[in-house]
Design a protein around this ligand. Structure first.
Ligand SMILES: NC(=O)c1ccc[n+]([C@@H]2O[C@H](COP(=O)([O-])OP(=O)(O)OC[C@H]3O[C@@H](n4cnc5c(N)ncnc54)[C@H](OP(=O)(O)O)[C@@H]3O)[C@@H](O)[C@H]2O)c1
Length: 218
């Protein structure tokens, strides 16, 4: 039985992760936004730093506010970077000492395909999600000697509250980019994470894209 902590644990993917790890027999803390605000250092300290380090921390909390650059004000840019990147930094830093002491642990960062192939209007979100990849790669090198893994997931387009307001024509455009003409689901993405945690102990420093898109968005 592993001890799993999930940030943004009440969102679409967060709930699927909670269910999948619980079904595997793991002990799961899926922390909702109201309980853990990843932008608030005091909240992160209280919920993560003062608790025993988990076997797996999934930095899943995310926020997007799509705008073209001319309409992207500094507050929106900062907010997106704060939640998606700084939030992951705060949470990873809060658990790492315990993992080092125990000489084991796993950090998983939920990034996005937008990190590699960003569409127009996602400059802030894509920047933050792309930075997570560099962050994770560096941690994989730094923490490997302590048997701590770090991996990134690009879960694919998921039908969750985050994407609920997307106009139907944009949704169709995204669907058309999929070789299999279907979206991934939160449950499938969650099953992959369970597999990565329990059956791929020698895998670190990797980026996993879970959908069927190949080419950059046109
Ligand atoms: N859906 C997709 O197509 C897609 C694609 C690629 C990557 N992702 C990534 O997958 C992850 C999960 O997203 P999702 O699709 O499950 O969307 P979601 O349902 O909106 O879940 C995101 C969760 O993060 C929480 N959150 C936002 N700001 C937070 C903060 N400051 N502190 C703690 N929690 C915070 C949200 O809580 P509130 O709603 O209460 O603010 C929400 O529950 C995100 O990192 C997202 O960027 C999603």
């Amino acid at each position: 039985m592993h001890h799993i902590v999930i940030t943004g644990g009440h969102g679409g993917l967060g709930q699927a992760l909670h269910q999948a790890f619980r079904d595997t027999g793991d002990q799961v803390r899926a922390l909702g936004h109201a309980e853990l605000d990843v932008t608030d250092p005091a909240s992160v300290a209280a919920l993560l730093e003062k608790a025993p380090a988990p076997d797996l921390l999934v930095c899943n909390a995310g926020f997007t506010d799509d705008r073209l650059l001319a309409r992207l004000d500094a507050a929106s840019f900062s907010r997106q970077v704060d939640v998606n990147l700084h939030g992951a930094f705060r949470c990873a830093r809060a658990v790492v000492k315990g993992m080092i002491k125990r000489r084991s642990g796993h950090l998983v960062f939920i990034s996005s395909r937008s990190a590699l192939h960003p569409p127009a209007g996602q400059a802030a979100y894509a920047s933050a999600k792309a930075a997570l990849i560099g962050f994770s790669h560096s941690l994989a090198r730094e923490l490997g000697p302590w048997n701590i893994r770090s991996n990134v997931i690009l879960p694919g387009f998921l039908e969750t509250p985050m994407t609920a307001a997307l106009p139907p024509d944009r949704r169709q455009e995204i669907l058309d980019q999929h070789c299999l003409s279907r979206f991934n689901t939160p449950a499938e993405a969650a099953r992959f994470l369970v597999y990565l945690q329990h059956h791929l102990p020698h895998t670190s420093g990797q980026v996993f894209q879970l959908d069927s898109r190949i080419h950059p968005i046109s």
